[in-house]
Ligand binder design. Structure first.
Ligand code: AOF
Ligand code: ZN
Length: 362
């Protein structure tokens, strides 16, 4: 070697550090909405000198934490970020400014930010300041990380997943956790991941929902649909006392229901209970993702699901196949739903122990 350094456009380690960004971004899983999950790693001479992730909306962005961690070592270093650095004043100042003042030499971006306020302007700003910018490293992985955020940015609606358990004879089951430890663990994971969970009041009242036993774990907003004239509207009991907010959507004023008044539960009265309107409301509240959870029966969710299927409002299905025979429960024979939901494109069965978790995209 005669000591000439060849600057490759894509460093062979770029993928490695970007995967690390995604990994640390996930520390805030379920906690960042309406913001995305973002991770940032600062690398100098092949050594990681700083790391950070965005913990929560309102708090500093990933780049700021990573730059703080790196201190003076950020000068002439490469910053890896799973999402394009922002170039606007939101709740926090622009990350482009922070990277420029820290004098980083190169920025590697996983994906462009679909937020129209940012959308490539961050990358332009960095390039205009003489920083070498590479875009699209591990792009698919970065998109998977924020599929809910991206979906909400592009459609204005939360990312919607339908979840249900079926016993082997095709009956909708309300069993989670008990009898199916694997599915139970998966259920806790869903509660952590999703911003809101939609239940029918008729199938959820008085139930106990298995949740993660760690009380610090975030609980999703419970969204209870009370359609029937005499819908009971008691929210389910969660098996931990971790804070969980409840909101009830109804067609008539149920604000005088002593149960609701006593518990101070927020109610939203819609002229007609439609999934579209409910999702708009959820998006306005900052929810990027909701899980529609069928608990043993369709209950008040039947028409909402039909509407959702007909209008392409559902993005994903999670089904747990439970290893027992269930009599007397509702079977999943709803015309449209059965045809479309069960015909999943990419079935990915995960088998472990006695239960099977199947999930796929519509
Ligand atoms: C980044 N790094 O870690 C995140 C970004 O209200 P703010 O100031 O938090 O801005 C929110 C927007 O900033 C959000 O919609 C998205 O476009 C971007 N999020 N950007 O450079 C981060 N979380
Ligand atoms: Zn930012």
């Amino acid at each position: 070697s005669i000591g000439i350094k060849c600057e490759a456009v894509v460093d062979k380690d770029d993928g490695f550090y970007m995967r690390r960004c995604v990994e640390i971004a996930k520390k805030a899983i379920g906690c960042t909405s309406p913001n995305p999950m973002v991770g940032c790693v600062i690398v100098k001479d092949g050594v990681v000198v700083g790391e950070g992730f965005h913990p929560k909306a309102g708090q500093p962005h990933a780049e700021v934490f990573a730059l703080r961690d790196a201190g003076d070592l950020a000068a002439n270093a490469t910053a890896y970020v799973s999402l394009e650095p922002c170039n606007h004043y939101g709740r926090t100042p622009p990350c482009t400014e922070a990277l420029i003042s820290a004098k980083v030499k190169r920025v590697v971006v996983g994906m462009v930010d679909p937020n129209p306020i940012v959308a490539s302007k961050g990358v332009e700003k960095l390039r205009d300041s003489g920083i070498d910018v590479t875009v699209g490293v591990e792009e698919e992985l970065c998109k998977m990380l924020n599929e809910a955020y991206i979906h909400r940015m592009l459609t204005g609606k939360p990312f919607v997943t339908l979840r249900y358990s079926l016993s082997v004879n095709g009956q909708l089951s309300d069993q989670i956790g008990e009898g199916a430890k694997v599915a139970g663990g998966y259920y806790s994971q869903l509660l952590q991941e999703y911003d809101g969970i939609i239940y029918s009041s008729t199938s959820i009242t008085g139930k106990s929902i298995p949740t993660s036993q760690e009380s610090h774990v975030k609980q999703p907003l419970q969204i209870i649909i009370a359609k029937s004239p005499n819908s009971p509207v008691q929210p389910p009991h969660f098996s931990t006392d971790a804070a969980s907010q409840v909101i009830v959507f109804a067609e008539k004023d149920i604000g005088t229901d002593p149960e609701i008044v006593q518990q101070g539960i927020e109610t939203v009265i819609l002229e007609k209970l439609q999934l579209n309107a409910i999702l708009d409301h959820c998006a306005q509240r900052g929810l990027c993702s909701v899980l529609i959870d069928l608990q043993g029966s369709f209950g008040d969710l039947k028409e909402l699901l039909e509407e959702g299927v007909d209008n392409g409002l559902l993005q994903k299905v999670v089904m747990e196949l439970l290893p027992f025979w269930d009599e007397g429960k509702e079977s999943l024979t709803l015309k449209n739903l059965e045809k479309r939901v069960l015909r999943l494109d990419k079935l990915l069965p995960k088998t472990s122990g006695e239960s099977v978790v199947v999930y796929g995209y519509l």
